[in-house]
Every structure is written in C-alpha cells, then in structure tokens.
Write a protein that binds this ligand. Structure first.
Ligand code: DC
Length: 242
C-alpha cells in the first residue's frame, strides 16, 4: 500500500479548510535546484496563504532511506519500484513543522542526512517510481489549496497550476546555504563534499530522461542569490490572488 492514508492524515491535522469540491483548488508550484531556498520559502508562503504545504522531495528521500536500510542497489529499478509498492509514506504538517513518516516511523531528521542526499537522485530518476510518486502527489493535493515544492511540479505534476515559480541561485550560494543548514544540524561534513553532492544532483536531476528539473515555460523565475527569505516570500505572495 502506498501512502493511501496521506491525504486523510494531512487533512486531519489541518482541520476543515477548503472541503473537497467546495471550491476549485489553487496550486502553487515551486520548483528549482537544491539550495535555491524552496523549502523555507514554500513553507512560509503556505503559512501566509493558509494553504497546505507539500514537500515532494521528502517522498523520494523516504524511499531512498528504506532502500538504503535494506542495502538495495539504488539503480535496480525493479527492486526499488517493488519496494515503493510496499511502502507507506506520510506527510503531516503541524505547528510549522513537517513530519515525515515511513511505515509509521518518524524519519523527519534522518532523511536530511548527507547519505540520503547522495542516493536520492538515483531513486528519483526511475520511471516507475516517478509514475507512482505522481499519483501520490496528486492525491495529496486533491481538493485543497496547496503549495508544492519539488523539481517537476509545474511541468509534470500540475502543468495547469495557477501559479508557478522557479527558484534559482548561484551555485556557490546554494552550496553555502546547504553547508550552513547541515552544520546547524550538527552534520560533520566539509564544504567540498556539499559542493560535490549538489553538482552531482544538479546533473542527474536536470539530465534524467523522465521529468527532468527545468523551468516550466509559464513559471516566474526568481533569482534568490541576493534576496532574503522574506523578500522572496513577499515577491511570490504578491503574485498570488487567492
Ligand atoms: O528537494 P530535495 O533536495 O529534498 O529533493 C531530493 C531529491 O529528490 C532531488 O535531488 C531530486 C528528487 N526530487 C525529484 O526528482 N522530484 C521532485 N518533485 C522532488 C525531488
């Protein structure tokens, strides 16, 4: 069973906002490479608008964690797809904090660790995995106003999203941000390792055959290199008229 409780789980935590079929949902798609500021910004935009927040990278990270624990070859497509079919991933958002569960275990912290980042792009490039993840993401968002952040939200998951943004920043700035974030989480990692991870992931994510990272034609590009988080949030919300 894959994630079929996610929707009710999220709803149960977020009350009665926007009951299904009551009004058309508004989708805000925020895509971009790692370190562009998507997560922080998407959370704040969702909070400001009163929308649900969906971190789609967490789904791929959760699957990667399970595969790593079982010591599976991350490039073995059949095995990884089979694993996903027997996995339950839940996203819950409460008190401005995202909780990610894998088969009922809280894995929120674990999936942010570098050893997961190193493998996640391999798992995310598998066609069958992306097909299932597409369904999961559409189900999660069903009937609700949502801010979704990822790599292919505006191009594949919700090509008709009302609002699309593509966040980017200079490579060096993205590396520094990710490095600081990992240090704040007490990870023992050096700048070169972070640089290598981001370069590798940028490459795999943007050159893969299925749903590569790219700006949707109708997305608004926001270069966050020299902007504060609040400036980016204000810029994005100024476009949105709920
Ligand atoms: O946003 P993140 O760093 O947590 O994402 C982890 C990886 O998951 C990223 O390197 C590529 C993949 N991903 C994806 O392929 N599609 C998405 N919508 C979100 C993430």
């Amino acid at each position: 069973m894959v994630n079929n409780k996610s929707r009710s789980r999220i709803k149960s935590l977020r009350g009665t906002q926007n009951k299904e079929n009551q009004s058309p949902k508004i989708i805000v798609a925020i895509d971009g490479p790692a370190g562009a500021g998507k997560s922080t910004v998407a959370k704040l935009v969702a909070k400001k608008l009163g929308f649900f927040y969906i971190d789609t990278g967490a789904l791929y990270r959760a699957l990667t964690l399970k595969a790593k624990r079982r010591k599976l070859n991350l490039n073995d497509e059949k095995l990884i797809i089979g694993l996903l079919k027997n996995t339950r991933i839940e996203l819950a958002y409460k008190n401005n904090k995202l909780k990610v569960s894998l088969d009922k275990e809280d894995i929120t912290q674990e999936i942010r660790k570098p050893y997961i980042s190193y493998g996640v792009s391999d798992v995310a490039k598998i066609k069958g995995v992306r097909q299932i993840m597409t369904e999961i993401q559409r189900n999660l968002a069903q009937g609700n106003n949502c801010v979704l952040e990822g790599r292919d939200i505006g191009t594949i998951i919700f090509p008709n999203a009302k609002y699309k943004f593509y966040l980017d920043a200079d490579f060096k700035e993205r590396v520094l941000r990710r490095f600081k974030e990992l240090k704040e989480n007490n990870e023992n990692i050096d700048l070169q390792a972070v640089e290598k991870d981001l370069a590798t992931r940028d490459n795999i994510d943007s050159t893969r055959k299925i749903a590569p990272l790219k700006k949707a034609k109708d997305a608004i590009r926001v270069d966050t290199t020299n902007l504060s988080i609040n400036e980016v949030v204000d810029k994005i919300t100024s476009w949105i008229k709920p």
